[in-house]
Design a protein around this ligand. Structure first.
Ligand SMILES: [Zn+2]
Length: 222
């Protein structure tokens, strides 16, 4: 699993933005009025800061995201590249990589999970290292994403398949030294479930984000 999106990934996305190749077609329909996303119109550009990891150094990179507007009700949406998770500065690859390293290993502590074979990532300007508490929070985010994913599935058959996958994982061994409360145990199991759901989940990403953060893309200045 890659440790981070790369500078090349971000540059490639910026090129697409420059060439007007970012379309609203893969966004879900408007959650407010259900209008087809194919009819969404360009609304604005938005600067977004990302933190990428290259050679164990954390670097800030700016990227432009595209906002679309529903012509029927005026709600606006941000189109997210596949390396972005709403509200998170680190890229999806970093969040997934460190979270997976912790939840998939029954013995690992958060302090150990920030260490990779090449060392612990540190901020290039301050020297501050990646905090174990970041991984703790990221696991919570991924656990929420998988719950919303299950909700967003279209048919009851898909929902059942997804739930069964979760139940099977709940039966797997989770070491007692990984959690102190039942709530956290549930969270860790859901995070394992997130990784087991894999690619099928990624195709639903926007729909899932809209479920969790329905207010996120709403622009009150309309
Ligand atoms: Zn609408």
């Amino acid at each position: 699993m890659p440790l981070s999106a790369t500078m090349e990934d971000i540059k490639a996305y910026m090129e697409k933005v420059d060439k007007n190749e970012i379309t609203p077609f893969n966004l879900p329909d408007c959650p407010r009025c259900h209008y087809d996303s194919h009819f969404f119109q360009f609304h604005a550009y938005r600067d977004r800061r990302f933190l990428i990891i290259a050679k164990m150094l954390v670097e800030a990179v700016f990227c432009v995201l595209v906002r679309f507007r529903c012509p029927k009700c005026g709600k606006t949406f941000t189109s997210y590249p596949n390396f972005a998770i709403p509200y998170k500065q680190y890229t999806r690859q970093t969040i997934e990589s460190f979270s997976s390293s912790y939840v998939e290993d029954n013995q690992k502590t958060y302090e150990e999970a920030v260490m990779t074979d090449e060392g612990t990532p540190e901020h290039s300007n301050t020297g501050q290292v990646l905090a174990p508490s970041s991984i703790h929070r990221w696991i919570f985010t991924l656990a929420n994403l998988i719950m919303a994913y299950q909700e967003a599935l279209a048919t009851s058959h898909q929902k059942k398949q997804c739930r069964d996958l979760g139940k099977n994982l709940a039966a797997t061994l989770l070491s007692k030294n990984k959690y102190r409360t039942d709530h956290r145990k549930e969270c860790l199991l859901r995070c394992r479930w997130f990784f087991a759901a894999g690619d099928s989940f990624k195709n639903q990403f926007h729909r899932v984000c809209n479920k969790i953060w329905p207010h996120l893309q709403y622009d009150t200045s309309r």
